[in-house]
Design a protein around this ligand. Structure first.
Ligand code: PRP
Length: 178
């Protein structure tokens, strides 16, 4: 890790506890109903793997990969599908699983895209929500942690594709990107 980490924001234990709480809510909300978890690659791999294992619901899983056209690290809201679902989601209850919602533009687009396929429902679960996402008309049913607008890494979140494998969420030291 070297000196890339500035501080830990959410510990491994806090993440595990929050997963258990969210999984209990999801189990209750979808009791007796079909459930398809849709993970958004690559960041959501950790959340999907850990959250799904806390669920008692016999859910299915599928994956999408999307890329936002935009300058640098900013989302533009114009999204390209790099890998689509293998599943026909007509009449299915879809729960999108994300690592982070920042501007909210990717998820706004994705929800619209999935809704156009005729699912029974589309909801969102994210481990982290940043403040900008609150300004967008986007209903997020399950939120792990509302965090400040800092450069965060770990638990699926990367800087130049590194640090996704940290078991906690922390802030990147400013000297890494300034
Ligand atoms: C992240 C995250 C969301 C998106 C959110 O993915 O997983 O898909 O950015 O940003 P927004 O709310 O500003 O639109 P990223 O493009 O970093 O790809 P990755 O998951 O492969 O790291």
């Amino acid at each position: 890790m070297g000196d890339a980490l500035e501080k830990v924001l959410v510990t491994e234990e806090q993440i595990r506890t929050r997963h258990r709480e969210m999984a209990a809510e999801i189990d209750a909300d979808y009791a007796g109903r079909d459930l398809l978890l849709v993970g958004v690659l690559k960041g959501a791999v950790m959340v999907m793997a850990d959250l799904a294992r806390e669920l008692h619901h016999p859910c299915a899983m599928d994956w999408m990969a999307v890329s936002s056209y935009g300058a640098g690290t900013n989302s533009s809201g114009v999204v390209r599908i790099l890998k689509d679902l293998d599943t026909d989601i007509q009449n299915r209850n879809v729960l999108i699983v994300e690592d982070v919602i920042d501007s909210g533009l990717t998820l706004s687009w994705l929800v619209g895209n999935l809704r156009s396929r005729g699912p029974a429902s589309v909801e969102i679960c994210t481990m982290v929500r940043k403040p900008l996402a609150l300004d967008v008309d986007l209903e997020v049913r399950y939120v792990g942690f509302d965090l400040p607008n800092e450069f965060i890494i770990g638990y699926g979140l990367d800087y130049a594709e590194k640090y996704r494998n940290l078991p906690f969420i922390g802030t990147l030291a400013p000297h890494m990107y300034s």
